[in-house]
Design a protein around this ligand. Structure first.
Ligand SMILES: N[C@@H](CCC(=O)N[C@@H](CS)C(=O)NCC(=O)O)C(=O)O
Length: 208
């Protein structure tokens, strides 16, 4: 398998956690987003969204969208699982995943911030990112189960996979984390797990 990744990409980071969690070997294909390689016609021919991550399977199947890739991983490699068996608990976990993947991360994506910067300047883009992430994570904080240390109790799930990279972005944009004690505890618990450590940006082959 080949993962098209960039060390700092939060969406690629999610997939890296998933692959390590499932114990699957993969090759990293570095996509340096700073060079604009994601907008090149050759990449858009493969992923019309001009985004990473993408996972290329050994038979050539090409998968995009981090959540779709993670759900594929769970279906093809069910153990160890990202999701518990209880349908109501799965729905709660997916709600947190989507609060981040659909309603928070897209607002602070590179392409969006570049556009805001062009329209209103760099300070406005940074303010926008900070307020979008704050708004999103405050809601996530309230959606988590009261019982930790992970997002939904004593075992990590798909929710933890989405929370950890988003918190990294929160720090990048100087979000005040003091109002997010549950999320901060999730990060501490998850960061002790090998799959999360192996997926961290600092240890990627394309890290600066
Ligand atoms: N919803 C997508 C988001 C993917 C995404 O936003 N990727 C970013 C990196 S984290 C990207 O490729 N940005 C390039 C750009 O905006 O030009 C997913 O979860 O895979």
């Amino acid at each position: 398998m080949r993962l098209y990744s960039y060390f700092r990409s939060g969406a690629a980071w999610r997939v890296r956690i998933g692959l390590h969690w499932k114990g699957l070997a993969f090759e990293t294909v570095a996509m340096d987003l700073r060079t604009g390689v994601q907008s090149a016609p050759a990449w858009r021919a493969r992923n019309p969204q001009g985004l990473i991550p993408a996972l290329e399977l050994d038979d050539g199947t090409f998968l995009t969208q981090s959540l779709a890739i993670l759900e594929w991983l769970e279906e093809r490699h069910p153990t160890p699982a990202f999701l518990p068996p209880c349908p109501e608990q799965r729905a709660r976990i997916r709600a947190v995943v989507l609060a981040i993947a659909a309603d928070t991360h897209p607002l602070q994506n590179l392409g969006v911030l570049k556009r805001i910067e062009a329209l209103a300047g760099a300070d406005a883009a940074r303010d926008w990112a900070r307020s979008s992430i704050t708004h999103g994570l405050m809601a996530v904080e309230a959606l988590l189960s009261a019982q930790g240390p992970f997002a939904f109790g004593d075992a990590p799930t798909l929710a933890d996979i989405f929370i950890v990279p988003q918190l990294f972005n929160a720090r990048r944009f100087r979000v005040d984390l003091s109002a997010l004690p549950r999320i901060s505890a999730v990060e501490a618990a998850a960061s002790a797990l090998p799959a999360f450590q192996q997926a961290h940006p600092d240890v990627q082959p394309d890290a600066d």
